[in-house]
Design a protein around this ligand. Sequence first.
Ligand code: PMP
Length: 400
Amino acid sequence: RFEGIPMAPPDPILGVSEAFKADTSDMKLNLGVGAYRTEELQPYVLNVVKKAEKLMLERGENKEYLPIEGLAAFNKATAELLFGADNPVIKQQRVATVQGLSGTGSLRLGAALIERYFPGAKVLISSPTWGNHKNIFNDARVPWSEYRYYDPKTVGLDFEGMIADIKDAPEGSFVLLHGCAHNPTGIDPTPEQWEKIADVIQQKNQIPFFDVAYQGFASGSLDADAASVRLFVARGMEVLVAQSYSKNLGLYAERIGAINVISSSPEAAARVKSQLKRLARPMYSNPPVHGARIVADIVGNPTLFSEWKAEMEMMAGRIKNVRQRLYDSISSKDKSGKDWSFILKQIGMFSFTGLNKDQSENMTNKWHVYMTKDGRISLAGLSLAKCEYLADAIIDSFHN
Ligand code: PMP
């Protein structure tokens, strides 16, 4: 009976790492998955995480189940980090926060809420977007369509197209927005553009659904990276926000994140929370405790909190340095007159190079540079020492 099951295609992002492992070249470089590496290209566990784990071990905490909604201290800390501790929505108890299985699981819970209580409502997603967004809404049986976002001519934002497509979408749609450091393009709206996006969404009675996977990791500042979300919240809008601690705390495998739903009254927020719990219970019963304790302990301890901020600035700073070095190498080596300044305008761990599928394949087949076929490279997987080599690979692939 299982004979009839066809082979599934490899995941376009995680499949890149599998291909990388199989390559025996010394030159090989994995710029596929968005995971932070040191200058020596090794995985990095934050010192502040090690400290928090040591304190936890000393306290000898138990492994009892968490409640369905997760660890209370984590849920409080995560909402305060996102919205700001003195945001009126928190005092007014209009936020329903439920711990999720990192960003992906939190998006999935949000999608399940949409499917159950907004039947037929569509989610608008940017073109392009993180590859898993479509899977998440497909599996939750939420219809989606795309809005224009990326302009290949400028390797920048197609702002007019974005606004026009959101305006054209039905009233009551959900609009999925990347809080900061848009994946895969690295292109974010300016604060003025965010205001205009909020104007349209508000006029159309639509609901913003933010995916915040890089708070503090993009600019180095937790507050700056949450500015887009807070701008919508300050307008009194209802908002959904999925959060992840994979990148900013390097807790990838701990699967720690949250879904936050802002409603217009505390009563509605309580009802929403009860329904999120009801959706979570048959999916995975209750979330894992380890990552939740790490986040709650770090945010709740002023010394650890400031150490975390310093380490986040260090990681964001390393990525910015690599970005600058890559730009310098490419623009000094390339004699074609092509304008590469888009590399510097992008933000976060990714750069969208503008390489097409064939050119991206050349990067891998000829140069052993592993990346997704949409032309995205993870700068977090790049070192200063490898920038020259990568510049040669990109120039060769572009002009061939
Ligand atoms: N959203 C975006 C835009 C992402 O880039 C990622 C991580 N690649 C996620 C969500 C979720 O990651 P995780 O499930 O590890 O938190």
